[in-house]
Design a protein around this ligand. Structure first.
Ligand SMILES: CC(C)(COP(=O)(O)OP(=O)(O)OC[C@H]1O[C@@H](n2cnc3c(N)ncnc32)[C@H](O)[C@@H]1OP(=O)(O)O)[C@@H](O)C(=O)NCCC(=O)NCCS
Length: 169
């Protein structure tokens, strides 16, 4: 295996590969599995790590939630490529995207606490990362990830055992 790979914006034709990366992690309840249509609808949020032979070896998405806050979601490296800097490079690209969008805080919900800690994220001491007015606006969202961010009771089964982390940019 060559350790060379590139990061690029996702294309619609990557959805099948994104789902292939997510499936084993969703089976272990590490990531949330979504319908194909949800990936097509959010494809512009995704970045892809591609090996020099064209294989999709990782993915990650940045979902904007409010003026100053976004979530890193669906960050995944194929099991064969773990520990080669794919996750770190994808995360850097997503954080750069956050900066260019004007977002200054990035949230993630994860079991990979050590990985995110090494990349500047902190465990959220205070659950209320947004003020009450923004909280009530965010309650209007239909997005499951926003519900997880707000720690709503209906998504507790998704968030069980995960750690809520945040990083200032
Ligand atoms: C989190 C995750 C994406 C990390 O992916 P990864 O590609 O293995 O990440 P990296 O290789 O960048 O980093 C992992 C470790 O590998 C080692 N590493 C990094 N670059 C390396 C390189 N070039 N050569 C050798 N080892 C390297 C480091 O020890 C690194 O630790 P660090 O956190 O101190 O940088 C991956 O573990 C995963 O898919 N987890 C399941 C999904 C998940 O929980 N996602 C997060 C919630 S959205």
């Amino acid at each position: 295996m060559t350790a060379s790979f590139t990061i690029r914006p996702a294309r619609t034709s990557d959805v099948a590969e994104i789902r292939r990366l997510v499936k084993p992690l969703a089976d272990k309840r590490v990531l949330l599995e979504k319908e194909a249509v949800a990936y097509f609808e959010s494809i512009q949020e995704f970045k892809i790590a591609e090996a020099s032979n064209g294989e999709v070896i990782g993915c990650g998405a940045l979902h904007v939630m409010w003026e100053d806050i976004a979530e890193v979601r669906t960050l995944a490296t194929s099991s064969e490529w773990r520990g080669h800097g794919v996750g770190r490079t994808l995360l850097d690209a997503l954080l750069a995207e956050a900066v260019s969008l004007g977002v200054n805080r990035v949230f993630c919900l994860t079991f990979e606490v050590d990985f995110f800690t090494r990349h500047g994220f902190e465990v959220m001491a205070d659950q209320s990362a947004v003020d009450p007015e923004v909280y009530s606006e965010l309650l209007r969202s239909h997005d499951e990830g926003v519900a997880e961010f707000l720690d709503l009771a209906r998504v507790k089964p998704n968030t069980l055992g995960n750690t809520r982390m945040i990083r200032a940019l």
